[in-house]
Design a protein around this ligand. Sequence first.
Ligand SMILES: Cc1ncc(C[n+]2csc(CCOP(=O)(O)OP(=O)(O)O)c2C)c(N)n1
Ligand SMILES: [Mg+2]
Length: 285
Amino acid sequence: MSLHEGKLKSMEERAMKIRELLIEELLEAGSGHSAGPLGAAEIFTAFYFHILNHDPKKPDWADRDRLVLSCGHICPVQYVALACAGYFPMDELKTLRCLGSRLQGHPHRGSLPGVETTSGPLGSGLAQACGMALAARLDEKKYRVYCITSDGEHEEGNHWEAVMFARRHRLNNLTVVVDRNNIQIDGNTEEVMPLEPFAEKYKAFGWNVLEIDGHNIRELVDATHEAEATYEAPTVIIAHTIPGRGVGFMERDYRWHGKPPNKDEAKRALTDLRTLEGKIRSEHQ
Ligand SMILES: Cc1ncc(C[n+]2csc(CCOP(=O)(O)OP(=O)(O)O)c2C)c(N)n1
Ligand SMILES: [Mg+2]
């Protein structure tokens, strides 16, 4: 579907609102991940508000596109995007990580509408997405399968087994988006376990490789179109993002990988986000 200017602007503003709701959600929970989710706001906005062929009122519709979140710990941003898209009531965001809640700290398939797989153990989402993509082909279905993975996940060997499998079966209905934010749980990826030359690795495995600015919704949408038009191989979109995007004291700091803001930090975070949102709005006028 082509993306007109008005819709692009509304999605850019939506991504900022999602960040604000995310901060409120994390503050309420008192635990959870901040940096990765903040960095991925545009990615989830683009998927749930433009790219996916889906219907939030019919989450089990057989022909829906599938979005597999492999790096389950960034689910707080997926939850906000799902609620905004109409999968479940916004009010439920307050229950993140509560006992008995449908919004667990890592996503649980079957609990929450829109969650396609249970995830948390890193490195297993791509194999599940491969299975869905192969099933679509065997069933002669037109739906596409998208898998969001993180850069830190590429330290898991089983991810690369799935990379080989996808190429072996020429799963051209499968598109992977890597949140390349350069951080993981306890440091920068290039210090903990270097991933570069990252694009070249996927190329060596025979994949179609695209690189984009992960905060640029148009680039992401165009890349998914290019992936759809690629017949011979699966596509990986390496989306360069800034962890903690929009919150000055969190940006690019791996120490915000797995902790939520306290009350004072949340206040400062919301001030930063509203300032950026105002800037984006005024650019749109
Ligand atoms: C198999 C497995 N090993 C270790 C962990 C613990 N863990 C959770 S998140 C994470 C860091 C992964 O890096 P990335 O996803 O890039 O983190 P982010 O960008 O969100 O900071 C680790 C090691 C896990 N969830 N699963
Ligand atoms: Mg990372």
